[in-house]
Write a protein that binds this ligand. Structure first.
Ligand SMILES: Nc1ncnc2c1ncn2[C@@H]1O[C@H](COP(=O)(O)OP(=O)(O)OP(=O)(O)O)[C@@H](O)[C@H]1O
Length: 776
């Protein structure tokens, strides 16, 4: 093959034949004669390029014309100290010419190279801009490191794709209007102070590094731009990059960008992956890196460092934390501050851990009516509920009363309260702080009532982290016009506040959609009267008042109801829905894993089993006693103490000589009193999950009750007493289903602390009993 080529080459250049197989020959259209070669050798010393040198530096042999001629297409003469390359005008077939690092001033020889595609004349002394006739196919030109001061019209160079003009003395970009194929332009290290002349070029890569730019401008129409280098300029703002939707990389190293907010200008460039702001004053801003990562969430590299997943998560948690994160932080804060205070046992503390203090939370967007409904409910059902009054730093509206609507406090006092560990939860809303204090709940608990509060969604999230287990009822507007009209008519809010409130309706709706069971009920609140009736109905069902009323009616209708000697059945969860679709909690079919299910069947089983003889009963009681002791041994002393005190202080109708029964009754009572709590956590009367209700005990409660004289008397059944509508329902009497069973020692603690010292209650809780030290 090589031989054939050589033969062809020889025939194409008879006057200057290279040795066969040698690459040391170039093949100009008319090869120089031997005499000329001699002359060239003489001139080499003064930087004149000779044909001999050329023939030693060519490469890339290829066919030409008819295919019978072979020619070298590439010539590379780097760092040869050449100043005169006019000999090249005879090499008309060159496609690539590389002459970097020479002393060339004149490139007019290129005019004779119509096939030239690539020209590298970097690091020379050229001052004339494209001083040659345009080769038709010229695509890549490198004139970097020369002495060009002015760009001229390049409209004849229509094939130009890549132009490098770095390190010249250009002060303006001009003459490129017709370069419709120019995709790469580099004009780094010049004297350009304003970006212009780029029009709608199809540039994908643009480098303007090391100029005197102060503004990013004139790039609006570069829709194809992908890589932009503006480093080493004096740019102060990132505006001017809008609409460059394909931009993937921006280098702004060593500029004068000082504000993180500048990143907002490039926020919508979704393909932006790489941003370099090294050496800008903005880097000194607090949380600079996370802030930029947050604003530009598509970045994978910032300041030449990879953006990690951890950084992305931290940035979101820091600058737009999800509700859960806000709530977790809020809860942590209050918990830690609270733990730093002397620990006391609170009035809302229940005797057993499975029966949380009953609370009702109405939530919904601002002005949806939840505050009014809360107050109305507390007024109507004042035997059961009292309002837990939050603190706020906002000033009172006309007609609002301190201590009733809110505790109005200064921001300073609010902060002090936080640091004193006074709050259960807090939140910022509309520029003000709101918080539910521990004392607000305790005040209500001291009355022997359940606490009813209203709050925004964030408060609910935070409260869900605490050990309180309230019922949450969502009041949601469904008719936006009506809701907005109501907000407007209140004449309290600016348009921005109204917009915010309205926009948050969706937040509530989404939470309800996405977090099944997050709210216990949802009530539309477009009509407040209807909403109240629904709320009332729902709450009554929580309190089991509906069943009681029904039960009463039934009892009245059929007095022989219990004449068979059986105790009235514990009611299973009501199959009726409370109100609306989300009131279906009580309508859910009984789940075998549900404790009430287990309890129900234990009871059925107990009733179906043959009567135990006295020996068996004694054995069961002994085992039960052992288990109880073991349980008590595990529990903190003060709780077991309270547990007993509670039993002692129960109303006389509940007193039983059997200590086990007293414990059981107290326990049952507390569970029954927690009818407001969510199923599964504490449960109501129907959910009396006896901790000792394990198979080894069999029918413990039933058996024990059988042995008490009271249990045999109609109307004094333990469970009956707790829920009977006819029973004493004085606040604090321990008989109300929702009441926390308040130990007798509560009213006169041995050494009251400021946090627990009770204010005189109009309704003494529980019976008379021994003092219990409530301090933890
Ligand atoms: N402790 C709290 N935690 C969270 N949110 C609270 C708390 N206390 C009150 N809020 C809620 O803060 C929002 C603003 O309350 P504010 O009383 O200032 O507004 P409002 O215009 O009277 O609205 P509303 O009639 O709903 O109470 C209300 O939605 C309110 O329920």
């Amino acid at each position: 093959m090589k031989e054939t080529e050589s033969e062809e080459l020889s025939s194409a250049s008879p006057s200057c034949c290279p040795p066969p197989g040698s690459h040391s020959a170039a093949f100009p259209a008319e090869a120089p004669g031997c005499q000329e070669l001699e002359e060239n050798r003489d001139m080499e010393k003064v930087g004149v390029l000779t044909a001999e040198v050329v023939s030693s530096c060519v490469s890339n042999l290829g066919r030409f014309g008819s295919g019978l001629h072979h020619l070298y297409h590439h010539l590379s003469l780097p760092s040869q100290d050449l100043s005169d390359v006019s000999v090249l005008s005879k090499y008309v077939h060159l496609e690539m010419l590389e002459l970097p690092h020479n002393k060339i001033k004149d490139l007019s020889c290129v005019s004779h190279m119509p096939y030239l595609v690539t020209l590298d004349a970097s690091h020379n002394e050229i001052s004339s801009f494209f001083g040659f006739q345009p080769p038709m196919n010229l695509k890549e030109v490198n004139f970097s490191h020369n002495r060009i001061t002015k760009m001229e019209d390049l409209s004849a160079y229509s094939s130009l794709c890549n132009l490098d003009l770095d390190y010249n003395s250009l002060s303006e970009i001009t003459g490129l209007e017709q370069c419709f194929k120019l995709t790469h332009l580099s004009v780094a290290q010049n004297k350009i102070s304003r970006i212009s002349g780029l029009h709608s070029l199809p540039l994908t890569h643009l480098c303007l590094r090391g100029n005197q730019l102060e503004r990013i401008e004139g790039l609006e129409n570069l829709k194809c731009l992908q890589v932009l280098d503006l480093s080493l300029n004096r740019i102060t703002s990132l505006s001017g990059l809008l609409n460059l939707h394909l931009l993937g990389s921006i280098n702004l190293e060593k500029n004068m960008i000082s504000e993180i907010q500048e990143c907002k200008h490039i926020h919508d460039i979704f393909l932006l992956r790489d941003l370099n702001l090294v050496g800008n004053p903005v880097q000194d801003q607090p949380d600079y890196r996370l802030a930029v990562i947050f604003l530009l969430q598509h970045l994978t590299v910032l300041d030449q460092e990879k953006v990690t997943v951890e950084e992305k998560v931290s940035s979101v948690n820091q600058f737009d934390p999800p509700l859960d994160v806000v709530a977790a932080r809020d809860h942590m804060t209050h918990l830690v501050y609270q733990l730093m205070q002397p620990q006391v046992l609170y009035d809302s503390t229940m005797p057993t851990t499975d029966s949380p203090y009953p609370m009702l939370v109405l939530t919904g967007p601002q002005g949806c009516g939840k505050r009014e409904l809360t107050h109305r409910l507390c007024q109507e059902l004042n035997e059961y509920f009292a309002h837990g009054t939050s603190h706020t730093t906002r000033g009172p509206y006309f007609g609002e009363e301190d201590g009733i609507d809110y505790h109005f406090v200064s921001e300073e006092d609010f902060q002090n309260m936080i640091h004193m560990g006074k709050f259960i939860q807090t939140m910022q809303y509309g520029g003000h702080s709101y918080g539910l204090s521990r004392e607000a709940i305790e005040e209500v608990a001291r009355e022997g009532l359940a606490c009813c509060v209203h709050m925004e969604l964030e408060g609910v999230f935070s409260l869900k982290n605490s050990y309180f287990e309230p019922r949450y009822i969502l009041l949601i507007p469904t008719q936006m016009d009506k809701y907005m009209g109501h907000l407007t008519s209140r004449d309290l809010y600016t348009q921005a506040q109204i917009d915010m409130a309205v926009s948050r309706v969706e937040l509530y709706a989404n939470t309800n959609r996405q977090r099944l069971g997050f709210f216990d009920n949802v009530i539309p609140c477009d009509d407040w009267e209807e909403a109240y009736q629904s709320l009332r109905q729902v709450v009554k069902e929580y309190l089991l008042l509906e069943e009681q009323e029904e039960g009463d009616n039934n009892n009245r209708g059929s007095p022989d109801n219990t004449s068979n000697g059986h105790e009235p059945e514990e009611k299973l969860p009501s199959p009726r829905a409370g109100s609306g679709a989300l009131a279906s909690q009580s309508a859910t079919p009984i789940d075998p894993s549900d404790p009430s299910y287990r309890n129900y069947f234990t009871k059925i089983q107990a009733e179906l089993s043959p009567q135990k003889n006295p020996v068996e009963l004694a054995s069961i009681r002994r085992r039960e006693h052992l288990v109880r002791e073991a349980m008590v041994g595990k529990s903190p002393g003060v709780y077991s103490q309270l547990f007993k005190s509670s039993a002692q202080s129960a109303p006389s109708s509940l007193q039983n000589p059997d200590p086990h029964l007293n414990e059981a009754s107290s326990s049952d009572e507390s569970r029954a009193s927690s009818a407001l709590t969510v199923p599964g956590s504490a449960g109501g009367l129907n959910d009396s999950v006896e901790p000792l209700d394990i198979s080894v005990l069999g029918h413990n409660l039933e058996t024990l009750k059988d042995q008490t004289p009271e249990a045999t008397r109609p109307g004094t059944d333990l469970l009956d007493v707790v829920v009977s509508p006819s029973s004493d329902k004085r606040p604090g009497s321990n008989n109300k289903p929702i009441l926390p069973p308040i130990p007798a020692g509560r009213k006169t603690p041995a050494s009251p602390s400021p946090a627990t010292s009770p204010r005189p209650s109009p309704h003494p809780a529980g019976g008379e009993g021994g003092d219990v030290d409530r301090e933890g």
